[in-house]
Design a protein around this ligand. Structure first.
Ligand SMILES: [Zn+2]
Length: 53
């Protein structure tokens, strides 16, 4: 999981860079990292969204 993927700047599945117009928001998710709760904002591109719906 890259930094860009965690910020929602790239697709969580194919790592394509995302523009706001093409990104599909998967919703904020809490991520437990070493006992510290952080929020993760996964987003995917339309291609992956279609392929997985
Ligand atoms: Zn994708």
């Amino acid at each position: 999981m890259s930094d860009a993927q965690q910020r929602g700047a790239s697709c969580v599945w194919c790592t394509a860079p995302l523009a706001n117009a093409t990104a599909h928001d998967l919703g904020a998710r809490p991520l437990d990292a070493h006992g510290v709760s952080v929020l993760w904002f996964p987003r995917c591109c339309r291609t992956c969204q279609k392929a997985r719906s």
